[in-house]
Design a protein around this ligand. Structure first.
Ligand SMILES: NC(=O)c1ccc[n+]([C@@H]2O[C@H](COP(=O)([O-])OP(=O)(O)OC[C@H]3O[C@@H](n4cnc5c(N)ncnc54)[C@H](O)[C@@H]3O)[C@@H](O)[C@H]2O)c1
Length: 268
């Protein structure tokens, strides 16, 4: 590894499993210490796949520590702004600084466009939009205070670029929420540029979870509905795109341009 993140600290939500865990481990491999949060438990009732557990979060700790980096974890729901704020405060007190935020936690509630209930729509918006806003607002001032610039990465979806929501994918609420992250990204990018903080949204298509057995149900929902234009390579990556696969099924949206090709943002 090249040590591109040596000395830096990253705050990552949804880090118990899947892509969030991959972000934590990959960034640790590049030298970053990690502040990790996850709900590690019950998800809204509209979510049909099994939730992550505290054991999953403990496994993320084990994998990060195996890289000889430090990690602080908290069980926090990203809908709880004060909880996130506490996790960031504790993390910065222990690790000394904050450079990177990865707002990764998200849920999908696969339902036909005319079947979704008001409660399910609201739950998806709460976790995926409000939770992302909470995540950025819980940490952005810490990056600014550091005066060294940094990077904020919002994990959206291919459904944040096109009208993909369906009973097989994430639903209309999921697509609306993931489009909403593009709006957050654009506004934050404009406001935080003066502090040398880069803001990007990442738009994966289908990404196989790190524990395919436990998340088989979710994969079944995600995989069939991705439109052809987003299937630049394989439909479903064998592993989260921060790993070895160079991200054929992800695109990076930066400012007003889709850069394409599964690029992962690195911190300044
Ligand atoms: N897997 C895919 O094919 C795919 C495609 C496009 C986008 N995405 C997005 O990538 C991100 C990660 O997805 P994944 O595939 O790793 O999913 P995952 O379900 O394996 O992991 C998501 C993690 O977020 C946590 N989480 C959920 N709600 C939370 C909340 N309110 N507060 C705190 N933690 C919470 C979960 O406990 C879990 O550990 C999500 O935002 C998802 O929408 C996934």
């Amino acid at each position: 590894m090249s040590g591109r993140l040596a000395g830096k600290v990253a705050f990552i939500t949804g880090a118990a499993r899947g892509q969030g865990r991959a972000h934590a481990v990959r960034m640790a491999e590049e030298g970053a210490d990690i502040i990790a949060v996850d709900i590690a438990g019950k998800l809204p009732s509209c979510v049909p796949y099994p939730p992550a557990t505290e054991e999953d979060l403990a496994e993320t700790v084990r994998l990060v520590e195996a890289t000889n980096r430090r990690i602080l974890t908290s069980v926090v729901d990203t809908r709880d702004f004060d909880g996130l704020r506490g996790a960031v405060d504790d993390g910065v007190a222990a690790l000394g600084r904050l450079d990177i935020i990865v707002a990764n936690a998200g849920i999908a509630a696969p339902q036909a466009w005319d079947q979704i209930t008001p409660e399910a729509f609201r739950d998806v918006m709460d976790v995926n939009v409000q939770g992302t806003w909470n995540t950025v607002m819980a940490g952005a001032d810490k990056i600014i205070e550091g005066g060294r610039g940094g990077s904020i990465i919002l994990i959206s979806s291919a459904a944040g670029l096109a009208g993909i929501g369906s009973s097989d994918a994430g639903s209309i609420g999921y697509a609306a929420a993931k489009h909403g992250l593009v709006g957050l990204m654009r506004v934050y990018a404009n406001h935080l540029a003066q502090h040398s903080i880069r803001v990007n949204s990442v738009h994966p298509a289908g990404v196989a979870p790190s524990r395919p057995v436990r998340c088989e149900a979710r994969l079944r929902y995600h995989a069939p509905a991705i439109p052809g234009e987003y299937r630049a390579g394989r439909l479903v990556l064998d592993e989260p795109f921060l790993g070895a696969a160079p991200g054929q099924a992800a695109v990076l949206y930066s400012g007003s341009r889709v850069l394409g090709g599964g690029i992962i943002a690195s911190a300044t």
